[in-house]
Design a protein around this ligand. Sequence first.
Ligand code: COA
Length: 324
Amino acid sequence: MKTRITGTGSYLPEKIISNEELAQWVDTSDEWISTRTGIKKRRIAAGETAGEMAARAAKRALENSGTSSEQIQMIIVATCSKEQCFPSLACQVQKAIGAVSAAAFDLSAACSGFLYALNTAHAYIRAGIYEKILIVGTEVLSDLVDWTDRSTCVLFGDGAGAVVAEASEEGMDGFVQYADGSKGEVLTCKGRSRKKFFQDGEEDGKPEDSYISMNGQEVFKFAVKKVPECIEQVLEQTGYEKEKIRWYFLHQANSRIIRSVAKRLEEPEEKFPMNLMEYGNTSAASIPILLDEMNRKGELVRGDKVILSGFGAGLTWAAALLTW
Ligand code: COA
C-alpha cells in the first residue's frame, strides 16, 4: 500500500513585513536580502499561535480532500517553534478540528520536519496500521528570531501548511532521510530560558543563545551538496528518470540554494516552484504551503511525479518521490 496526498491546505498570517520595513530596524537593505536570498517579504503572526495556524491549515486540507475530521486516525505536527512543551500542537489541532479518533503527536526535525512527518505517516500506512493521516507543518519563527541580528532576522517567516495522506494504490514511490548530529552547531536555537535561579550573577531576561544562531555559509554548503545527493538517491531507489519528474518541491530557504540544486541535477529551474519571495523561510511549513498553492492553482495533476526535499537544523535532510 502507498501513501497519496489527497488534500492540501495552508494558512498565512495577515501581517506582512517587507525588506524595506526591516531595513528601518536593522542595518540591511532590500538589495542585500533579495540578491543573497530571493526573499522580498515575510508574514508575521500577530497574536496567532502555531496551534491556531495549524488548525486553520488542517481544516482547509480536510475540506480539499473531502475527508471528515472523524475519519482522521493520526495527526502529526512538524514544528520547531511551539509555544509550550505540552500538550502537543497535534493535540491542540485534534481538539480544534474535532478529530476525535486520532492519535496525535509532534515531530521535531526543523526544516526537514514536513518530510520526516510524511515519511513517518507513510510507514504507518505501508504497515497497514492507519489509512488516513493528517500532517501539518506550522511555525512561528518570529518568536525565535533575534530582531536585532541582521544575519538571521531577514530570513524567516511564519505560517502553516497541511496535507491529508491516505492509503492508496498509487502515491509515495520512495524516500530517504538522514541526520548528522555532529554538525548540529551550525544552526541552533536553544530556546527556553534555563534554570537561572541556580546560576548566580546571570541577568534576567532571554539569554542570547535562546535565539536562532547560524553559520550561514556552512548551512549553504551543506544544502547544495546534500539536497541533490538525496534527490539522486530517491531517483535511483524508485528507478525513475529525471525527465519523468514534473516538479521539485524544495524547502523554501533561499533561491540561490534552489537554483544551485537545479544546476547540479541538470534540471530546468522552471521545475522548481518557489514562493520564498513572499513568505521567507517558514521551516517545516514551507513545503506544504507551496504544495497547497500549486494544488489550488491546478498545477498538480493526478499522475504527476513529484519530488519533495527538505533540509535544515540537526543537521537533517530528506527526499521523497511521489505520484500525485
Ligand atoms: N544585510 C546586510 N548585510 C548583511 C546582512 C544583512 N541582512 N547579513 C549579513 N550581512 C553582512 C555580513 O555582516 C558580512 O559583512 P562583512 O563582510 O562586512 O563581515 C557580509 O554581509 C557577508 O556575510 P556572509 O554571511 O558571508 O554572507 P553570505 O553571502 O554567506 O550570505 C546568507 C548570508 C545567510 C544569505 C547565506 O549564507 C545563506 O543563505 N545561507 C543559508 C542559510 C539558510 O538557508 N538557512 C536556513 C536553512 S534551513
